[in-house]
Design a protein around this ligand. Structure first.
Ligand code: NAP
Length: 420
């Protein structure tokens, strides 16, 4: 009997026949979803010999929903996602005009999906932008609900902007605004609670998956009270609540100041030998350079919304591009999670059965792991890796590979299934 996934005592309860809502997506979404769903169902059937099966439930959102009901994101869709906890989606068109800036952002806000999780690793054979992509294997945790994405902006010349200029005069800050008359303004809220819950998600992932470090990526050198506090709060939280399992660079700095560099180095070496996780930090611009030059120094990343947005696409390019980059938006406290393609709707390829379905397929791998269905997840991941290694790929990889076989979107799905 199909049943809902539930959460009890902070643990996800996944029945053998869970109902999982899906949003097919716009543009290339239907092609990708059709291929992905076949791969997921075949993997589950193969891994569990019929003892487990997903009951798919379509929910409407985006263009398909707008055509059906005049609503981009109906309340019924939100309610279904809310009550079923786990869902998966294809890419969605960003509505032009109207009240919704982005359907993805709206979904994340409505369900308070505060952690955007993006694993970045290389699959053998994938054409990549860096010389040695095998050295890339990290998981990005991007805060999803705060920062400039809060959507609080005031247009130049508006009454609100004029009031902001008046307020800045009162605060003695007005001279810092170079051209006040024509300036628009945006707000960047970063809170202690928001920072810590994101960091906890990253650190718990690191602890559960035997990772060696968590890197806080920030621009605290410039934005001292927002990004700077993200760093301060998370370092302090790690030291207060995980002191037996972590060693932080803030601790290193204190030891260095009191006892010198040698003592700080030996304290860090001891922590590494004891299997503690190193909590370090790096400025965002330096980080973007280092993930191309020295990617093996990074493991789990914790960062704020805008940094995370830039990092995720740039990092994806290093190992093969957004066609193969999976993602999830998760609230680890309520259990709500939506797994999704990280690319857009690529409308020029819609309906051509042409594009790479890997982004949704690998998002499904994340979903199956989240549900504890690791055997099915592993089957898909290794099938996909074999297909790429054998150079049986869609157009995006085909144009970058010598002597590859060009497959359609659906054929790539079949190729994965044939490897189970
Ligand atoms: P896009 O849809 O991501 O497409 C940009 C380019 O990326 C495509 O032309 C294609 O490059 C490549 N690409 C994307 N998906 C691919 C796939 N599955 N396989 C192979 N190549 C792929 O970005 P966009 O054209 O800027 O945005 C179109 C719409 O999507 C907009 O409405 C945007 O707001 C929305 N969007 C939605 C999401 C989301 O739902 N998560 C994310 C981003 C954008 P080539 O042409 O070079 O092959």
């Amino acid at each position: 009997m199909p049943e809902k996934i539930q959460i009890k005592n902070d643990k996800l309860i996944v029945p053998d026949n869970p109902i999982i809502p899906f949003i097919e997506g716009d543009g290339i979404g239907p092609d990708i979803w059709a291929a992905s769903q076949r791969v997921i169902d075949a993997a589950v059937k193969h891994a569990y010999q019929g003892s487990k099966k997903i009951e798919w439930l379509e929910v409407l959102c985006g263009e398909k929903s707008f055509k059906d009901s005049g609503e981009w994101l109906p309340e019924a869709t939100l309610e279904t996602l809310r009550s079923h906890l786990v869902g998966i989606k294809g890419p969605l068109t960003t509505p032009i005009g109207g009240g919704i800036r982005s359907l993805n952002v709206a979904l994340r806000k409505e369900l308070d999906l505060y952690a955007c999780v993006r694993p970045v690793r290389w699959y053998n054979g994938t054409p990549a932008a860096i010389l040695d992509p095998n050295r890339v294997d990290f998981v990005l945790f991007r805060e999803n609900t705060e920062d400039v994405y809060a959507g609080i902006e005031f247009e130049n010349g508006s009454d609100e902007s004029k009031k902001i200029i008046e307020l800045m005069e009162e605060f003695g800050q007005a001279k810092k605004i170079r051209f006040p008359e024509s300036s628009s303004f945006g707000l960047k809220p970063i809170s202690k609670e928001g920072s810590i819950r994101l960091f906890d998600a990253a650190l718990n992932y690191a602890l559960e998956n035997n990772r060696q470090s968590v890197t806080i990526v920030h621009k605290g050198n410039i934005m001292k009270f927002t990004e700077g506090y993200f760093k301060k709060w998370t370092y302090a939280h790690a030291e207060e609540h995980y002191s037996d399992r972590v060693f932080t660079w803030a601790q290193y700095d204190r030891i260095q100041e009191e006892k010198g560099t040698e003592a700080a180095n030996s304290a860090q070496d001891k922590a590494v030998k004891e299997g503690k996780i190193i909590i370090k930090d790096v400025i965002a611009d330096a980080f973007l350079q280092q993930i191309l030059l020295r990617p093996d120094e990074y493991d789990v990343i914790a960062t704020m919304n805008l940094n995370g947005d830039y990092i995720s696409d740039s990092a994806a390019a290093a190992v093969g591009g957004i066609g193969i980059a999976p993602g999830a938006n998760i609230n680890y406290i309520s259990g709500h999670a939506i797994f999704e393609a990280t690319h857009g709707t690529a409308p020029k390829y819609a309906g051509q059965d042409k594009v790479n379905p890997s982004s949704v397929i690998l998002s499904a791998v994340m979903m199956l792991n989240y549900m504890g269905w690791k055997e099915a997840a592993d089957l898909i991941e290794s099938g996909l890796e074999k297909a790429i290694f054998n150079k049986k790929v869609t157009y995006d990889f085909h144009r970058l590979m010598d002597n590859a076989t060009l497959l359609k979107c659906s054929e790539f799905g079949d190729e994965i299934i044939s490897k189970f």
